[in-house]
Design a protein around this ligand. Structure first.
Ligand code: NAP
Ligand code: ZN
Ligand code: ZN
Length: 348
């Protein structure tokens, strides 16, 4: 029997989110039912809810930074038991057979992976996310949250954490590399901690110096304000990797000017509108402009274990479900230190 659970949903692109109930599927042989304790508020939830990436089918329960406890396991489940501390990120299934799935890159599944919300499950039903009391997920897409990391500060690792960990690893952040993190929000504050723990020399580029003390405490060696007209001249050609986490459009050429020869700028921020750039910005120092989408399941577990080993977690502001709409406004205004996390026990 499907279970009815309390949730919070977007019902249109322009109206506030409202309390609702949704059905979760019965626990199949390979499924795990998770009692959700906390769910992070990712800027992608806001882009999606507001139709900024295209028209959506409503209602949508957002939320793909899910941390909770296993409440029930299917008969064939081998990796989890009732009571285990677990997480679910942006992916809840994929074909599992294509070359990308086989090598652990389910985020590039040739068939398209099943998104935690606003997707279509392999059973043909629409998926609904983590602003809810519980979720049912096939065990292969469930992550183990290491004991040292509390569930509230673990939740944002499931999207913000892996989304910056993956490109930092892919482009070789480590000792001797100079990494700039643009935007100190949810993704940015994880990128600073992770890149510093990998051994890179980290610089934060934020709109102002308001969060400088935090940035340095999180592990940055340097901090600059992009509103300072001299910053771009001072920092010209001085980074191997620029990780752009900004949710809005930026002047790409300006940021490419910060790269040293053979450097890479990688967008993890996904602005509403297309970007443009001048080819001269690339060719004069053979630099690359790239983008990166979350990370696979194996790499997400690696990231969680890395965080536990290095004492890294998200800095969160815990809110009740009735504060989600206010939190959305504050995220859009860059007024979050550094992730809102919904305490799902407050679902009315
Ligand atoms: P966030 O918490 O709102 O952080 C974004 C930061 O960007 C802000 O804190 C702010 O930093 C800066 N910023 C915002 N508006 C700006 C503007 N107009 N000009 C310059 N800087 C601005 O958002 P988030 O949750 O980290 O997500 C960031 C972006 O990544 C979103 O577009 C989201 O959809 C995307 N995302 C992508 C993936 C992926 O797989 N690629 C995964 C998750 C999220 P300062 O105050 O420091 O300037
Ligand atoms: Zn996200
Ligand atoms: Zn696949």
């Amino acid at each position: 029997m499907p279970t009815t659970v309390k949730a919070y949903a977007a019902t249109s692109a322009t109206e506030p989110l409202v309390p609702t109930t949704i059905e979760r599927r019965d626990v199949g042989p390979h499924d795990v039912r998770i009692d959700i304790r906390y769910c992070g508020v990712c800027h992608s939830d806001i882009h999606t809810a507001r139709g900024e990436w295209g028209a959506m089918n409503y209602p949508i329960v957002l939320g793909h930074e899910i941390a909770g406890v296993v409440a029930e396991v299917g008969a064939e489940v081998t990796r989890f038991r009732v009571g285990d501390r677990v997480g679910v990120g942006c992916l809840v299934d994929s074909c599992r057979e294509c070359r990308y799935c086989r090598r652990g890159d389910e985020q590039f599944c040739a068939e398209g992976y099943v998104e935690t919300y606003s997707g279509t499950g392999r059973d043909g039903r629409p998926t609904q996310g983590g602003y809810a009391e519980a979720i049912v997920v096939t065990e292969d897409f469930v992550l183990r949250i290491p004991d040292p990391i509390a569930l509230d500060v673990a939740a944002p690792l499931l999207c913000a954490g892996i989304t910056v960990y993956s490109p930092l690893r892919h482009w070789g952040a480590g000792p001797g590399t100079r990494v700039a993190v643009v935007g100190l929000g949810g993704l940015g504050h994880m990128a600073v901690q992770l890149a510093a723990a990998m051994g890179a020399e980290v610089t934060v580029l934020s709109q102002s110096l308001k969060k400088q003390e935090d940035g340095l405490r999180l592990g940055a060696a340097h901090y600059a304000a992009t509103s300072d007209p001299d910053a771009f001249t001072r920092l010209a050609a001085s980074f191997d990797l620029v990780v752009n986490t900004v949710s809005a459009s930026v002047d790409v050429d300006r940021y490419l000017s910060l790269l040293a020869v053979d450097g890479t700028m990688v967008n993890v921020g996904i602005p509403e509108h297309p970007v443009s750039l001048d080819v001269f910005s690339l060719l004069m120092r053979r630099v690359s402009y790239a983008a990166s989408n979350i990370g696979g399941i194996r790499e997400t577990q690696e990231m969680l274990d890395f965080c536990a080993e290095h004492g890294i977690a998200a800095l969160v502001e815990t809110i009740g479900a009735e504060q989600i709409n206010e939190a959305y406004e504050r995220v859009v205004a860059s007024d979050v230190r550094y992730r809102f996390v919904v305490d799902t026990s407050t679902l009315a």
